[in-house]
Design a protein around this ligand. Structure first.
Ligand code: URA
Length: 425
């Protein structure tokens, strides 16, 4: 085997053999295949695709590059959720304790934000004392004692993906459906969950901009999970406008706590409950009512124990950015569009996200929304508040909001997009 013949096969639209796939993933993980060779192969895959047989083998090879976790010692069935990433997508925060409160165990290995989409670990790290890095033993202990754990994936889990994802990020090869599907599913299958619910985002703030691509990604991932014995279901959900009323780390923790206290924005509550029902169903937990567990405080109890078990203080005040800038409505009427991508880029530029993996994030930075599509607004009323510790970033952030919203004449009919657009099982 040699890297050049593997690259040529895919460059010339051929099918990679199982032996070629096993070899190239293993040799890349060991450093025998160079980054420039793997990036040429990733670009050939992005341009020419892979069939289902190739994707299945590629995923299996990435799983085999590292360890597999085992939760079979737990007394409860396991259920996990993965979102393909969006703006204001804080759903994991209320969802994991909610599903645990209803009787399943939730081992939630999460990531950091890159680009305009936020990351669960960055959000939780705005809670004073909270630790994302746990050993496998600590993770199991938190899971056993509280029912839910949200933490970083250890280095031993799908190391081939860790290397390949970092490479794709800097070579313009993230947006390939076979590579996204195998990247996500290799980690989730190696993690050892018994069931998995995928939240595949569709719209301007998501990787998948249209429903056809989202369907293809979702059905590829559902097929991979099912083939590996993981009960897998996908919901296709709207990401044309931010979820909830906040995008930014501490801002989103505050909103998640509101949801756990029985309040919070309607779209966040609806999606949290829809995903909780799917997770409980996939895990085989019957007769649990997630709406009740939000209303009666039992999900909040699990949240507090889970945060404390990872060193966090659930009662500590959350960081607030030093500077604010208010964007007002330029005219009166109906807000008919508030673009997720524009808001996500603004939050990122304000300091909520990072440009390179090693950059720090600002806990208090982000964007607060004062209106959602469908709301009536009056000229001069606050539309958005931008938060940052570094006010020199306001101008650059404001540029991403130019053309990011539309206000139509008063009385204009507005048809809201449903939160859940489809389901693939
Ligand atoms: N998230 C992942 O883990 N991998 C991808 O390729 C894209 C999103």
């Amino acid at each position: 085997m040699d890297a050049i013949s593997v690259i040529r096969t895919k460059r010339d639209r051929g099918e990679l053999s199982p032996e070629q796939i096993d070899w190239v993933i293993d040799a890349y993980t060991r450093g025998e295949v160079a980054d420039e060779q793997m990036s040429a192969l990733a670009m050939a895959i992005l341009l020419n695709g892979m069939n289902r047989t190739e994707i299945a083998r590629w995923t299996a090879a990435m799983i085999a590059s590292g360890e597999r976790m085992d939760f079979s010692s737990l007394s409860r069935p396991t259920a996990d959720k993965h979102s393909t990433g969006g703006v204001g997508d804080k759903i994991t925060l209320p969802l994991a304790p909610l599903v645990a409160a209803c009787g399943a165990a939730v081992p939630q290995l999460s990531g950091r934000g890159l680009g305009h989409t936020g990351g669960t670990l960055d959000k939780l790290e705005s809670i004073p004392g909270w630790r994302a890095l746990l050993s496998n033993e600590e993770m199991l202990h938190v899971l056993e004692t509280t029912g839910a754990v949200i933490c970083a994936a250890g280095d031993g889990l799908a190391p081939a993906d860790k290397k390949l994802y970092a490479l794709r990020d800097v070579t313009g090869t993230v947006e390939a459906i076979p590579l996204i599907a195998s990247s996500i599913m290799s980690k989730k299958i190696a993690e050892g969950t018994g069931s998995l619910v995928l939240d595949v985002k569709v719209g301007s703030g998501a990787f998948m901009k249209n429903i056809a691509d989202a369907r293809e990604l979702a059905s590829t991932m559902v097929g991979l999970g099912t083939d590996h014995g993981v009960k897998t279901v996908a919901l296709l959900t709207d990401m044309s406008t931010p979820l909830g009323l906040t995008a930014g780390n501490a801002l989103e923790v505050r909103e998640s706590v509101e949801v756990l206290a029985g309040g919070g924005p309607a779209d966040v509550v609806e999606l949290t409950i829809a995903l909780a029902r799917e997770m409980l169903d996939a895990a085989g937990v019957k007769d649990a009512d997630p709406a009740k567990a939000l209303a009666d405080g039992s999900a909040m109890d699990v949240w507090r124990r889970m945060i404390a078990a990872q060193g966090g203080d659930p009662d500590a005040p959350l960081p607030v950015a030093r500077e604010q800038h208010v964007v007002t409505a330029p005219s009166s009427g109906v807000l008919t569009r508030l673009d997720a991508y524009g808001v996500g880029v603004a939050a990122w530029r304000l300091g909520a996200g990072r440009a390179r993996k090693e950059d720090p994030v600002q806990a208090g930075a982000g964007v607060e929304l004062h209106a959602k599509p469908g709301d009536t607004v009056t000229a001069g009323q606050p539309l958005l508040t931008l938060h940052t510790d570094t006010p020199e970033k306001f101008d650059y952030a404001l540029k991403s909001l130019e053309g990011a919203y539309d206000i139509a004449a008063e009385g204009t009919a507005y048809e809201p997009a449903p939160v859940v657009l489809g389901r693939i099982a």
